[in-house]
Design a protein around this ligand. Sequence first.
Ligand code: DC
Length: 242
Amino acid sequence: MSPSTSRGRDPATAAGAVAPVLTIDGPSGSGKGTVSRMVAHALGWHYLDSGALYRAVGLAAAWEQIDLSDAEAVAACASRTVIRFDGDGEGEPKVWVNGKDATHQLRMETAGAAASAIAAHPPVRGALTDLQRSFRADPGLVADGRDMGTVIFPDAPFKVFLTASAEERAHRRHKQLKEKGVSVNFDSLLHEISARDERDASRAVAPLKPAPNALFLDSTGRSIGEVVQHVLALVPESMRRP
Ligand code: DC
């Protein structure tokens, strides 16, 4: 992997690995992405959207017409894919994959399904491990994904597992996609989301599950603002943006 971000990560700082990390894991559509970005912004911390890395590798592999079930070929593709996040900390960052703006394509359900398929291969997860850990830098990192609190940052001082009912998650995705001008059938979306959850939770390596010391939050029926406040309350005032 050739990491590159607009935030100018300092590898020396990242290697020190002393910066605090707040991990937010959970299934697709739980609100993780929005909550994580808002929390990172409020704290003044960096943000890692690890799902975007898996989506980017899935997309790059598809562009190269690699068989997604070929673990070694996809892992090799992960190692040569250049992913760049481009954002100012507010709103969704743009994501560039091998020099192409893939922001829109990456949010599609097909990219999510490809990501979920390649994420089940241990060599692919291995190829992305160091890259994900390199995002840990002062003053802190909010990391969103499936295994942030269990595998990538097991020593994180703050961990959340965020979920919501499958129906509510499908409704949210449906609304999000509609706002982006993408028309999808609700029932097929619910089916795809449930199938993806099942695959992410039942895979042998780094399955979706709460870290033993994670705060379990169910966002069903709660507003994003409420959830953000709940998560922010985990971090002492002294560690927040002045
Ligand atoms: O969070 P997301 O929907 O963008 O993630 C897309 C897929 O990537 C998800 O179905 C499983 C995989 N993934 C993973 O296995 N581990 C992560 N830390 C993040 C995502």
